[in-house]
Design a protein around this ligand. Structure first.
Ligand code: NZQ
Ligand code: ZN
Length: 394
């Protein structure tokens, strides 16, 4: 295990009725004039909006609203939010929703206190040093932004979907997790979320760092729990125990509890972010296509790690004479699981607009990112490698 520093100071309020604490928590972290950030309106159907605004009222906290945040959130709403905060003297940003509302809130928080274009912070032109306090009320188990050190935004000018250089500065002050809010999720969103959180673990699990048994085992337990709970939640959307397991697993998958002390990969996220920038596909659905393709491409680098994944996560029998058969079985089972959840297996199923002839343009687009190639750490992916992985997605 490598040396590490782990600082994840988010307060979590988990369980039924947790949203009733919103007002008190905003106060606890110094807020009195809130900007409430949310998406297309699902929060008005699942009770989150009502619960949160009742709590703010009760605590005597006034708020303004910024709504209409779309999935794969765009820079325009971040600029709008920064302007509102400056004009209206906001001192706290509260996101209610999923990764898209939360990332927009986090980007506004750091953008307000930066004297320049907030995109500089994504491009690495300026260090991320401070942010207004941000709180979240989560309504979808997926991105893990409620506890993460990351933000992903699409810059409309150029369609660049980039994450910030990771920093603990942007972790939310608090996150409220009431699993009941996630019962209104359509099956497809539940599936996309389960896939995303599984891949957050897989991006860390496939490492060249030796002696990471504890985090390997924690990862396998999380993967199995997500697998089983996703099946239950899709079969019965009101299965509150499955929803609760998914909600906490999604947080653990991405607050780096299982990533410490090892070199992490992240190649699949880099590739998927190009796809969702190009075609506006759901992040989890894009990953369901990219990850098995990446696995096929890199498997020979460490057959035994893939075989371990197959045995410990999917219960495959170990073939000691031909471990590559076990490794392949694991990839096959993962792809089959995603398909069973209703997720796509190839580009045609992901979005019929994706054409083989688009691949050079996707690779070219990536080059706008600083240090675009190579990326990934388990196996370094160069331009040729990215092309081969994308071809395996067809
Ligand atoms: O907009 P509304 O009406 O809220 O509808 C949303 C949206 O259409 C809907 N939804 C959310 N909760 C619901 C609900 N519908 C019914 N009932 C509920 N309870 O679900 C749709 C997707 O919402 P979104 O916030 O986009 O989902 P998710 O949490 O998957 O976030 C995806 C974004 O997060 C980024 C992704 O790239 C993508 O842009 N990521 C952020 C990360 C981070 N900051 O750490 C890490 C991830 O790897 C990821 O890249
Ligand atoms: Zn993700």
């Amino acid at each position: 295990m490598n040396a590490f520093r782990f600082y994840a100071p988010t307060l979590f309020e988990f369980g039924e009725g947790a949203e009733k604490k919103t007002g008190d928590l905003v106060k606890q972290f110094g807020g009195s004039r809130v900007l409430l950030v949310y998406g297309g309106g699902s929060i008005k159907k699942n009770g989150a909006y009502q619960g949160v605004t009742d709590s703010l009222k009760q605590a005597g906290i006034e708020w303004l609203e910024l709504s209409g945040i779309q999935p794969n959130p765009r820079s325009g709403k971040v600029y709008e939010g920064i302007e509102i905060c400056r004009k209206e003297n906001r001192d706290f940003i509260l996101a209610v929703g999923g990764g898209s509302a939360i990332d927009t809130a986090k980007a506004i928080g750091m953008g307000v206190l930066y004297d320049g274009d907030f995109w500089d912070l994504f491009a690495g032109k300026a260090p991320i040093e401070k942010t207004l306090p941000v709180g979240t009320v989560l309504t979808i188990s997926a991105a893990g932004s409620e506890g993460s050190d990351s933000i992903v935004i699409t810059q409309e000018n150029g369609g660049l979907k980039w994450g910030i250089p990771r920093t603990d500065v942007v972790r939310p002050k608090f996150s409220i997790l009431n699993p009941a809010f996630t019962c209104t999720l359509p099956a497809f969103q539940t599936a996309c979320g389960a896939c995303d959180m599984m891949i957050h673990i897989i991006e860390r699990y496939f490492t060249n760092t030796p002696d990471v048994d504890l985090t390997d085992r924690l990862s396998e337990a999380l993967l199995k729990t997500i697998h089983d709970s996703a099946l239950r939640a899709i079969k019965n959307p009101d299965d509150i125990s499955a929803r609760a397991n998914l909600m906490w697993a999604g947080m653990l998958a991405h607050n780096n509890s299982v990533g410490i002390g090892r070199v992490q990969d992240w190649a699949c996220h880099q590739i998927e972010h190009e796809l969702s920038a190009f075609y506006d596909v759901a992040h989890g659905a894009g990953l369901a296509v990219v990850v098995p393709a990446w696995m096929e491409y890199v498997m020979n680098h460490d057959i035994m790690r893939f075989a371990r994944f197959a045995v410990n996560v999917f219960g495959c029998e170990m073939d000691f004479a031909y471990p590559e058969r076990t490794a392949r079985k694991g990839i096959h089972r993962l792809r089959g699981f995603f398909r069973h959840l209703g997720l796509p297996s190839n580009f045609a199923e992901l979005d019929k607009n994706i054409k083989l002839s688009d691949i050079p343009a996707i690779i070219e687009h990536r080059k706008q990112k600083p240090n675009a190639f190579p990326f990934g750490n388990f196996v370094k992916i160069d331009e040729k490698g990215m092309e081969e992985i994308l071809r395996l997605c067809v």
